[in-house]
Design a protein around this ligand. Structure first.
Ligand code: PNS
Length: 163
């Protein structure tokens, strides 16, 4: 069985993430979406909220599992016998950081491949950070966030701004 891991902070999961997870699930036998800490960001949604939202928006994809892990991605993939890490690549701005992470992960686990899927053009500009900013300022994020989680995402972001 060829297992791939889709790691991220998913704060919150966007339509761009769901597209990458769905396409990875076509390429691999099993895809594990793993919620991990990103030391340069402090999340708005709790880990449980993030996992629950991912679970709901990927419920129709049979070969997807949701997990969370606090250690190194390179150790996690080894533990799960995963053959690849799958990431979505948007414009040039993602490249340097993603390239650096891919090489670091390869340094830590020489068997590990990182596979980049090019984002769909309509998702090119979506990021969780921008979603939070737009929703906080009462902008429309309905084309950026899966419909099933949209009300709770907007509510939490607005509550946070009001505090
Ligand atoms: O969605 P993000 O915030 O861009 O995801 C980044 C993430 C969580 C994948 C990255 O920070 C990560 O891999 N964290 C786990 C800890 C780790 O292995 N760090 C070294 C990777 S270079």
């Amino acid at each position: 069985m060829r297992i791939a891991v889709c790691p991220g902070s998913f704060d919150p999961v966007t339509l761009g993430h769901v597209d990458i997870i769905r396409r990875a699930a076509e390429l691999f036998d099993k895809v594990i979406v793993v919620v991990m800490p990103n030391f340069s960001k402090s999340p708005l949604f709790s880990r449980e909220e993030r996992m629950d939202m991912i679970r709901r928006v990927t419920a129709d994809i049979p070969n997807v599992e949701i997990d969370t892990f606090d250690g190194l991605l390179a150790d996690y993939t080894r533990e799960k016998n995963a053959v690849a890490v799958v990431k979505g690549l948007r414009a040039m701005s993602d490249f340097e950081y993603e390239f650096q992470m891919a090489l670091t992960n390869r340094h830590l686990n020489s068997d590990l491949e990182t596979v980049f899927l090019t984002t769909k053009a309509e998702h090119m500009y979506i990021s969780s950070s921008l979603v939070k900013q737009v929703a906080a300022l009462d902008g429309d994020v309905s084309s950026l966030i899966p419909a099933a989680i949209l009300p709770e995402v907007v509510k939490k972001i607005r509550e946070e701004v009001a505090r």
